[in-house]
Design a protein around this ligand. Structure first.
Ligand code: GNR
Ligand code: NI
Length: 174
């Protein structure tokens, strides 16, 4: 397993629509393991492959665990939401690709997600609580959508400007 570098705003790869995984091979499992290690190291509760620069429809999540409990990762390959509740819930979201920015986003409180697991087996899982929010946040990444896209234009523009300026300055000669 290896740590991968997390892509940050304003990298345009974050806007790409990721491609479906054709076959669940050992290379795919190796990438999932690297993503998981990178997520735990960050630390975060979810990570999409595009966040390590690989626009494939792969997600890892470990969202519903107390700190002292054993790890319980979920691997989602080609995930699709097949049902969302009418009821919504607001969580304060953050994103490893947009460090130190947090804001409230309302999303369906419960979803059903269909996916292939790391053995390539079709699965369906009902999600609620933080897991439901996290699954939706990660599937958004696969479609080039970030949580700041749900904020007001004013707030989003402020965030994008801040990260664009920081990127510009880090490229300037000293
Ligand atoms: O670590 C993360 N925490 C989080 C908190 C609330 C809602 C979503 C998330 S996902 C985020 C990790 C991340 O950026 N995944 O793409
Ligand atoms: Ni994110």
């Amino acid at each position: 397993m290896a740590l991968r570098e997390i892509v940050k705003l304003p990298d345009p790869i974050l806007k790409t629509v990721s491609s479906p995984v054709e076959a669940v091979t050992d290379d795919v499992r190796k990438l999932l393991d690297d993503m998981l290690e990178t997520m735990y190291d960050a630390p975060g509760i979810g990570l999409a492959a595009v966040q390590v620069g690989i626009p494939k429809r792969l997600v890892v999540i470990d969202a519903v665990r107390e700190e002292d409990e054993p790890r319980d990762p979920i691997f989602l390959i080609n995930p699709e939401i097949t049902w969302s509740s009418e009821e919504t819930v607001e969580y304060e979201e953050g994103c490893l690709s947009i460090p130190e920015v947090y804001d409230n986003v309302a999303r369906p409180a419960e979803v059903k997600v269909r996916y292939l697991d790391r053995d390539g087996e079709p699965c369906e899982r009902h999600c609620d609580g933080l897991l439901a929010t996290c699954v939706q946040h990660e599937i958004d990444h696969l479609n080039g959508i970030l949580f700041i896209d749900y904020l007001t234009r004013l707030k989003r523009d402020r965030v994008v400007k801040k990260f664009s300026k920081a990127a510009r300055q880090s490229k300037e000669p000293v």
